[in-house]
Design a protein around this ligand. Structure first.
Ligand SMILES: *Cc1c(COP(=O)(O)O)cnc(C)c1O
Length: 223
């Protein structure tokens, strides 16, 4: 694996206005530093403990994104420094994030995760649930969270049409929510979709942020 070369290659492929999150979960600091030295500054992790440790040990100008499912009792560990939470899928979680934002005197940026895949196991909201959140009195009172857009994962399949259809669905959800609730809010602008296997389709369908792991760092070993 030539991590620097992979980073350079992918950066060249990015469509205009698209940013790349290098997904470094399970990978050692030295791999992250290889990517860093190639100019990569945005990294994504999906475990709170691993993210906290790496943020502590690695250069301070790294922008850390949390891309996994966040448990309410763990928000406090990453609230002081995290740049963007991709996987937010309940009002309850938004409220906890807000509370931690207040404690840390900062506004925490979030993306709402939508369920766009066929698979049952993946987390995420549907459009109606998001509408319910945005129309609630509780949401109106959140002063220290900012919803910056949407995130989703397509079905793990070879069927490109299926993947395209799901990304298109997420883009439509984004447009409708933008129109109905964030028309004058420039910070609601992100569509986080596309991974190693489907980032090209995602960019064609309007992604603003791709999350790429194995194509940069190689396959992950879970144990
Ligand atoms: C692991 C992960 C990725 C990266 O997956 P690759 O297929 O290795 O690129 C992207 N998004 C989320 C939410 C992930 O958990």
């Amino acid at each position: 694996m030539d991590i620097a070369e992979n980073i350079n290659q992918l950066q060249q492929e990015l469509a205009a206005g698209v940013r790349m999150v290098a997904v470094s979960k399970t990978k050692p600091n030295e791999d992250i530093l290889d990517a860093y030295q190639a100019g990569q500054r945005i990294f994504g992790e999906n475990k709170v403990q691993e993210l906290s440790r790496k943020a502590d040990e690695l250069p301070k100008d790294i922008e850390w994104h949390f891309i996994g499912h966040l448990q309410t009792n763990k928000v406090k560990y990453i609230a002081p420094f995290v740049s963007l939470l991709h996987g937010v899928d309940s009002l309850k979680l938004l409220k906890v994030i807000n509370k931690e934002g207040i404690k840390n005197n900062r506004t925490i940026n979030c993306l709402l995760q939508f369920h766009i895949a066929e698979e049952e196991t993946k987390f995420g909201l549907d459009k109606e649930e998001a509408v319910e959140i945005f129309e609630s009195d509780d949401f109106a009172e959140l002063t220290h969270v900012k919803v910056c857009g949407v995130m989703g994962m397509a079905t793990y399949t070879e069927d490109e049409n299926q993947i395209r259809k799901e990304f298109r669905n997420l883009k439509n959800i984004f447009e409708e929510l933008k129109n109905d609730y964030f028309a004058t809010d420039d910070s609601f602008c992100e569509i986080s979709m596309g991974m190693s296997g489907d980032y090209n389709i995602a960019m064609e369908e309007g992604s603003t942020m791709i999350r790429v792991g194995s194509l940069i760092f190689g396959e992950r070993n879970y144990h």
